[in-house]
Design a protein around this ligand. Structure first.
Ligand code: 5GP
Ligand code: ZN
Length: 112
């Protein structure tokens, strides 16, 4: 398996882990785009959120978003942004589902 996020989940590649359990892991982004930038991902490999939706694991879907919301609120009670880039038009560069948590500065809209 050549997926870098699978390697992070297995511990093969080091990362700053801020949360982990049997199903999910959260790490600081290597190239932060905000003062606080965390990635929430499933331990199991799903290419993107559409693939997880196809997998009908609604419990895992809910768990990932609940975790992202909790970690976001912990980092910024004033607000934060969750982003799930999906596929080439979505700007996804790592093909292992992840939710970006961006916090610690005001966000702008529309996104690029
Ligand atoms: P995407 O563009 O797929 O939505 O986001 C991929 C994210 O993964 C980027 O924000 C990038 O900085 C981050 N990233 C890429 N490689 C690594 C890595 O080896 N470790 C960590 N912690 N983040 C990474
Ligand atoms: Zn993977």
């Amino acid at each position: 398996m050549s997926c870098i996020f699978c390697k992070i989940a297995s511990g093969e590649i080091p990362a700053k882990v801020v949360y982990r359990d049997d199903d999910a892991i959260a790490v600081n982004d290597l190239s932060p785009q905000a003062p606080k930038h965390v990635l929430v991902m499933p331990v199991k490999h799903y290419e993107n959120i559409a693939e997880l939706a196809d997998g009908h694991d609604d419990a895992l879907m809910a768990k990932l978003f609940t975790l992202a919301a909790r970690l976001g609120r912990e980092r910024s009670p004033d607000g934060f942004r969750l982003v799930v880039n999906t596929g080439s038009d979505g700007g996804q560069t790592v093909d292992h589902l992840h939710i970006h948590i961006l916090a610690g500065r005001p966000m702008t809209w529309p996104p690029g």
